[in-house]
Design a protein around this ligand. Structure first.
Ligand SMILES: *Cc1c(COP(=O)(O)O)cnc(C)c1O
Length: 389
């Protein structure tokens, strides 16, 4: 039986419909100009996004994964270097490191925020450590102050994975302005999404920017003159045109996401005693809530998989970001990690559940979702049903 979806996990139509005409006109303009690769609209967008993020240079590439892999290379990170990153991130962070030839060093995360544990990171630093990749997971930045302290103490680089954190803020810093460079993704469902794949590297360092410009374009420093082994990874002009049109709305969309999160926070407060706890926000209004994630704790009478199944049965889509931490993915078994190496990351993978989150998700819909959750908990734990009566 096909259950109709009453509340989708994301709804991109809601953001595209109101600006449909301007999006179509921007795409049409590129068709007429014909500058499909490395066109003017690309450089305009690159500059605009860099400025909006509080930094200097933007270099558009084909994906967030390429922004990480080529960006690390542009920072001269490669074979012989160690790079520290969290075990609970999307695998693209790890893939990016592996593509450079550097050795990834995974570390655990904080159980409350799901962000990289910077104490664990400090302990993992060796004489070979070249950089740390803080992943601004779910839209929340890793503390810039603590990162800068760490980088300063140990003389290592900060390379931000900001794929989920466009325009996020914390302690007066914007995502993308903390480290030597930062990678963003424009995958359609990210806070700023293209009509297909895309990504960008931001940096305030001119040399990194210049090397990145070569790396994305076959390693060419000028036409048909190749100073290094680059690749073909450019953000299409058409995608840049779409992103350029959407950028002015991003701050409002992010604010909308924050309001949705506040609705959830308020509605879910009574669920704490039932073992349903949201991932903590330590960055106040600077969290851009790419995802709204709850933990279904040990004390919850209903298992996560049952909650997810029953929400699905009620037409409410949810997700798990991510169900298997990087170190337990079969494709990376040769890194030598084992079950038990990163207990917090493993605990989160088993307990987290992402609720629907997108700009325009109404209060009545979040209410419907939390009502459904209450009903599931009530039906499945009759002794305590009075709590929700
Ligand atoms: C989406 C994402 C990426 C990869 O970006 P793509 O554009 O899909 O290649 C990397 N890191 C994180 C944390 C992401 O969420």
């Amino acid at each position: 039986m096909n259950i109709p979806i009453t509340i989708p996990f994301v709804d991109l139509n809601l953001q595209h419909q109101p600006i449909k005409n301007q999006l179509q006109q921007a795409i049409q303009a590129v068709l007429e100009q014909g500058d499909f690769v490395l066109g003017k609209t690309l450089s305009d967008f690159e500059a605009a996004f860099a400025v909006a993020s509080g930094t200097k240079y933007g270099i558009g590439v084909a994906s967030g994964t390429d922004a990480i892999a080529l960006g690390l290379q542009a920072c001269n990170i490669g074979a012989g270097d160690e790079v520290i990153l969290p075990a609970n991130t999307f695998v693209a962070t790890l893939i990016g490191v592996l593509r450079t030839g550097a050795k990834p060093i995974l570390v655990d995360c904080d159980r409350h925020t799901a962000l990289i544990d910077l104490e664990a990171a400090a302990k993992a630093i060796t004489s070979k450590t070249k950089a740390i990749i803080p992943v601004h997971l779910y839209g929340q930045m890793v503390s810039p102050k603590q990162l800068l302290d760490l980088a300063d103490t140990y003389k290592i680089l900060i390379f931000e994975d900001a794929a989920q954190a466009h325009l996020a803020e914390r302690e007066g810093y914007r995502a993308g302005s903390v480290g030597i460079a930062a990678a963003f993704s424009f995958y359609p469902s990210k806070n700023l999404g293209a009509f297909g794949d895309g990504g960008i590297l931001l940096t305030r360092d001119q040399e990194v920017a210049e090397k990145m410009v070569r790396l994305r374009n076959y390693g060419a420093s000028r036409k048909y003159f190749h100073t290094e082994i680059g690749t073909n990874s450019r953000l299409d002009t058409i995608q840049a045109a779409v992103l350029q049109q959407k950028l002015p709305y991003l701050q409002n969309w992010n604010r909308d996401r924050l309001n949705v999160a506040k609705n959830y926070d308020a509605e879910l407060a009574p669920f704490a005693t039932k073992g349903i706890i949201p991932i903590q926000n330590h960055s106040d209004e600077g969290h851009v809530y790419h995802l709204y994630v709850i933990k279904v704790c040990e004390s919850c009478a209903v298992e996560r998989c049952v909650i997810q199944e029953q929400l699905t049965a009620m037409g409410i889509q949810t997700g798990i970001h991510y169900p298997i931490p990087c170190h337990l993915q079969p494709g990376f078994s040769n890194l030598g990690y084992q079950k038990g190496d990163f207990p917090q990351a493993e605990m989160l993978a088993n307990k987290i559940l992402s609720l629907p989150m997108y700009p325009g998700l109404s209060n009545s819909k979040t209410q419907k979702i939390t009502d459904a959750l209450a009903q599931i908990l009530k039906v499945n734990s009759p002794d305590e049903s009075l709590l929700f009566a």
